[in-house]
Design a protein around this ligand. Structure first.
Ligand code: UD1
Length: 429
């Protein structure tokens, strides 16, 4: 298993191009199952989760092609072609689904297009139990029959297909919104989805579906209305920039007293983080192609943050922000309201000298002037990158073990940071 070695203490300065959003690309790829024509997706990031979903789609019968795949160009110009002319297999096996929970996103499209699907239950993961009950209940409201058997979801649509319905989600779920949005496009009649997630990745998916011929209104609001149709056609769509990658490097600039411009991205995607950074004393501004963070030894103040569904502060930036707060003056209270077990990074940060006490869903962080490098263990995607950030801001050497978690969601992380002056390298094993 690869490791990453960092010798911390450098102030980072430079420009980092941001990749397409993994969490937008995954549902967009699943949307190809809704049409027998080709869906071409540009700005596809170079990350392992994309390869995992491509493998799953291929075994459903999707022809997957990749053009412009030059690793030195990052994701710029990388176009994935997905053509689901014939669905040859409706089973998503455990071996593939357990690797990546987002595989559940094939359920709605398969059910809508071919009337049946057998998808492994994803199981829990490092950050919580993460059930999929909302997805299943809502698909049943569209007329599906669902049974759980031997760890698999067996789902069947009525003979004449799924039927539009009015569905109110009991709480906000990104994945359930995406699954239902896709399924409703091929259901008969009108579907109204209320209390939906409003993440930009959902709007990106809706825009792509519209380009494929779907009729959807209410984009960006908590209520989506879909007029079902018989067929969707091919389309070309550019994946929106990755707001979590953007935010992670913004925090890298802030924690190293640095100066980094993030390009190919958008300020509005990271506004909740910008507001919090500014409140903590970090200067952030919008540029023509993205965001600029320039700190240069200004005061960093401890502030409180609570994660919430979009447009609130994203749970996927919680671990990184907590790492920043370990170096702030005064105390910060970080509250995680989305996942029940998302403080796995705390004991690892403590090994580097961070002072953090967890009380239920909140963590009290007391800032310290010095963090010290140490060998640490990555536990999930965002926890791993928070340890990288801590390593950049520590004295001495940090070794981050189990970096395969990082490779799921960050494209060329070492190269991007090294280009800004970080002493960081991958140790291959
Ligand atoms: C997506 C993102 C993930 C992000 C999360 C929250 C992708 C591929 N992943 O995950 O990076 O951290 O949104 O912004 O886009 N829940 C249920 N039952 C369900 C569905 C969800 O109880 O049927 C719970 C979850 O356990 C969690 C909360 O609802 O506590 C929110 O989860 P959800 O928004 O569904 O997250 P994902 O779509 O899995």
């Amino acid at each position: 298993m690869d490791k990453i070695r960092i010798r911390g203490g450098q102030s980072l300065s430079g420009t980092i191009p941001i990749a397409g959003a993994k969490n937008a690309a995954l549902p967009l790829m699943a949307a190809c199952l809704l049409s027998d024509e080709e869906l071409a997706l540009s700005n596809i990031p170079h990350v392992a989760d994309i390869a995992s979903l491509a493998a799953l789609l291929a075994q459903h019968g999707v022809r997957v092609s990749l053009n412009g795949d030059d690793p030195n160009q990052g994701c710029q110009g990388r176009v994935m072609g997905l053509r689901a002319e014939t669905i040859t297999n409706t089973e998503a096996p455990y071996e593939l689904v357990r690797k990546m929970r987002a595989s559940i996103l094939v359920l709605g499209p398969l059910l809508a297009r071919v009337g049946k699907a057998r998808v492994s239950l994803p199981g829990g993961c490092a950050i919580g139990t993460r059930p999929v009950d909302l997805h299943l209940k809502a698909l049943e409201q569209l007329g599906a029959t669902i049974e759980i058997d031997e760890g698999y979801i067996n789902a069947f649509a009525p003979e004449d297909g799924l039927k539009g319905a009015h569905i109110t989600f009991p709480f906000v779920s990104v994945g359930a919104t995406e699954n239902l949005l896709m399924a409703a496009c091929l259901a008969q009649g009108e579907t109204v989805l209320s209390n939906v997630a409003r993440e930009p990745e959902i709007t990106d998916l809706a825009e792509c579906l519209i380009a494929m011929g779907a009729q959807i209104s209410g984009l960006g609001t908590d209520r989506l209305t879909i007029q079902g149709c018989e067929k969707l056609h091919g389309a070309h769509h550019k994946v929106l920039p990755d707001r979590i990658e953007t935010g992670t490097y913004m925090i890298a600039a802030a924690i190293t007293d640095g100066h980094i411009e993030l390009t190919n991205t958008r300020y509005d995607l990271v506004e909740a983080l910008c507001d919090k950074l500014i409140e903590a004393g970090v200067p952030v501004s919008e540029t023509e192609t993205g965001v600029l963070v320039e700190r240069h030894h200004g005061k960093l103040t401890g502030i409180d943050v609570m994660t919430e569904p979009y447009p609130g502060f994203p749970t996927d930036l919680q671990a990184q922000f907590m790492t920043l707060m370990t170096k702030a003056q005064g105390a910060a209270m970080i509250t995680e309201s989305i996942f029940e077990n998302r403080f796995m990074h705390v004991p690892e940060l403590a090994r580097m000298g961070a002072r953090i006490n967890v009380h239920g869903s909140s963590a009290m962080v007391r800032g310290t002037k010095t963090l010290k490098g140490a060998p640490v263990m990555a536990t999930d995607l965002r926890a791993s990158v928070s340890l990288i950030l801590a390593g950049l801001a520590s004295s001495g050497e940090t070794i981050v073990n189990r970096v395969y978690h990082l490779d799921r969601g960050y494209e060329r992380l070492e190269e991007k940071l090294a280009a800004c002056g970080a002493e960081i390298e991958r140790l291959k094993e």
